[in-house]
Design a protein around this ligand. Sequence first.
Ligand code: ATP
Ligand code: MG
Ligand code: MG
Length: 555
Amino acid sequence: NPAMPANFIETIINEDLKTGKYGNRVHTRFPPEPNGYLHIGHAKSICLNFGLALKYGGKCNLRFDDTNPTKEDVEYVDSIQEDVKWLGFDWEDRKFYASDYFEKIYELTVELIKKGKAFVCDLSAEETRQYRGTLTEPGKESPYRNRSVEENLELFEKMRAGEFAEGARVLRAKIDMSSPNLNMRDPVLYRIVRTRHHRTGDNWCIYPMYDYAHPISDSLEGVTHSICTLEFEDHRPLYDWTLANLGIYQCQQIEFARLNLTNTIMSKRYLRRLVEEGYVSGWDDPRMPTISGLRRRGYTPESIRDFCDRIGVAKSNSTVDVALLEHCIREDLNTNAPRVMAVLKPLKLIIDNYPAGQVEELVTENNPENPDMGSRTIPFSRELYIEQDDFMENPPKKYFRLTPGAEVRLKNAYLVKCEHVVKSEETGEILEVHCTYDPDTKSGSGTVSRKVKGVLHWVSAAHAAPAEVRLYDYLLLNNQDQEDEEKEVKDFVDTLNVNSIEVLKNCMVEPSIKNSRPGSRFQFLRNGYFVVDRDSGADMPVFNRIVSLKDSWAK
Ligand code: ATP
Ligand code: MG
Ligand code: MG
């Protein structure tokens, strides 16, 4: 409901609609640079920009901000499109590339030079830095600042023609070297880069800077509200200067707080290091905060959109507890994932008084929270597996699982009582737990049975399917100061969690999920939520734990 603005951006849009600033149009864009995979922070921006277009009946463009050929690649272009679609958004026929505007930007720039608003500068990068001054000291004008328009036009044309070496010259805006805003001290608009571009090939050896190409791209596309993160607040005067001095359609930049998450780092160059230095298996490693990593981990698009809704949009930076993201996937899967039994660390349990060879098909609901999910049968027999952790020979107080002489319920089945154990003669390790069962205590039989505190999950040994299970923990031990990118890159190896993955190779799962397709999600009773990984083989499914059952999100 547009009458009820959900955040300050919607308040601005409502006001603009009222005054007719852009007529009745709302037009946003999501502008990733194709130099890496999208991460959960980008999801916030995607949900915001595409969400505004949906809410106001407007449009949202997908635009690749591909003005820096040295780091960009089609692999990233492809993955970005896949991820935006997977999140549930559609750019329809509005996919654009900043590189498609290179010729137009060049033409506009020639006009800017003719107006005396830009000049070719021969200072080296180091000299340019020195001339720029500091926050407390005004800058010094470049000795090339007063070149004639004719000379600038000629030199700029030669820059394009490839007559100069990389770094030899740049084109700069002529603004104000004493501006308190460093971004306004004659910023560079074009630089020479002799790198093949993934779309324009070798057509160009000069490329517009991001701060210059971005407002022009927004303007050419008729964007009304150009939403970006707070770091660009100081760049807004240059955004406005560019459009005003080129004399083209003026859209407005609005800044919002970027998403920071505890135990998570999102900077692409940091994520790239994790991939390139082999700390993870790839951009879609299930521990990565990338969209593809979260997808492989088992997150649903709905849960990520829900998370983005809940965190909201604010004007000042803060850090969100990753427990909220986990809470969102639990909420989704609680009602939508079938509940099955899987034993991660199996221990043989033998029911001595249960007839050998007998098999009962126990009927059980797939999800008690969601009766629409129906029911299935699970085979029960004399030899089962339970979790090693669910039996203790010498238990501490308040251990309500199986111990010698104690009685527990086997989920959906019977009460069993532990009679004795069989141990390895060499190691003393417990090999088998022998029990008796009480046939009058079958679950759902209506007979009143004794109260027991422990309810254990199990699988039938003869029917269960072997599986591999991968348990994950956070990649980072504690939160990084995300503001300080330098520190982040220097220190990140020290904060890596060396135990962020545990692989269990001898798991046993109930037969109903043996042949599940990659991407299928389940609750393994008492063990958490799991998804079938694409590494699964025909006879060996592989499950990733999405999240455990214990919710640490404090509402
Ligand atoms: P990174 O710093 O992770 O490399 P970036 O800003 O350089 O990200 P872009 O591809 O330029 O990456 O980002 C595309 C859009 O996504 C931008 O509009 C940017 O503001 C937004 N975005 C990036 N990171 C976040 C974040 N953590 N939270 C919200 N929006 C983000
Ligand atoms: Mg960027
Ligand atoms: Mg960045």
